[in-house]
Design a protein around this ligand. Sequence first.
Ligand code: PLP
Length: 429
Amino acid sequence: MKRSNSEKLYEKALEFFPGGVNSPVRAFKAVEGAPLFIKKGKGPYIWDEDENQFIDFCCSFGPHILGHNYPDVHQNIVDTLSNGTSFGAPTKLESELAELIISRNPYIDKMRFVSSGTEAVMSAIRLARGYTGRNKILKFEGCYHGHADSLLVNAGSGLATFGESSSAGVPENVVQDTIVIPLNDIEALELAFEKHADDLACVIIEPIPANNGLLLQERSFLLKLREICTANNVLLFFDEVISGFRVAFSGAAEYYDIEPDIVSYGKIIGGGLPVGAYGAKKHIMQSVSPDGPVYQAGTLSGNPVAMAAGIAQLTVCSQPGFYEDQEERTQTFVNSVNAHAKEKGYDFSLVTIGSIFWLAFSDSTTIRSASQIDADMTPFKKLHKALLERNVYVGPSGYEVGFVSYVHTKEILENAAQQFKNAMDEVFS
Ligand code: PLP
């Protein structure tokens, strides 16, 4: 496969950007070589600068649930763009998108649009602290919530101790207010509450942890979280930047039927343009500026072009049967790949929920925390290369999940499953 144009562009990008990229997950560090430079996307496909065509399962790391350049999304963007791009004043599009969401979402009464998932989570943490008057937050090892200082924290040395910064530049005093415990561990949760409940503003979790592989949680664990938070007046914060509008319209909260107090969204909500959002019930949201004392603002928040993209995308997602259909096609694809792996005895399977899947190289049923994932990325690296050679694109890290879109038809998924099987045969046999 010719990749010389991507290689040249990468050389040039290295002159301007750390690692040649504007977000580290785009680098091919884990799989080696130059990242593919993408020229265009249409439907389930992307084309690189060497004119190679790929079935795309990265989908921009999640936003493109309708595939690339979906006609309604494209048209709404173009129509809105012709009126200008940003005014620093409200537009009716913000309320249109909010109404589309809130009228179908029993968990939030009010919301605020921002420009990324990180900003949504960071602002909502401030809201949780401002609303409760408490400073500490509890998060789970293996959950990623964007790159705000207080969330770039690894577990410390003992259970329910304070975390340790996972990035240079994050001060120790910031990290001291973040407690980190393992996922799906009720004992650690109870211990953390015993020690810190009175100081805790919120417990934040990806209810479907999808940033360190796909670490599916027991519903009973999520219910336990709900109970213990309620009993201690601690807010339960579902970070639904990936799972929101992905596994159900109202995300994992709807999928598991568990009510969070605060929710963050991103990715799908903006139809491929930069949008994030956070929301809660009215009594919590009234703490947000200008109604309340929690300051939060944004020059481009609720940007009309991005709102237009979100409106068009979520209108399609809100159609009856949308999520059932997504899940059914994904399940058929996953079953086909997994049956082949099982038949051949490969130590590999796809783990799935909704239209998310993850390439797992160990016994997926035992994976409950990030520490249980095999850190050896060699098999992933080989499979990633074998898939690329067969024109199938998945994100360039074994910790990332893949996404199936509305326009990954049964036929395209059958073809993709065959390519997965061929790639597995090359790598494992
Ligand atoms: N929260 C979760 C669960 C995410 O997966 C991500 C990004 O992948 C973020 C927050 C941060 O979102 P963004 O990259 O838009 O800042």
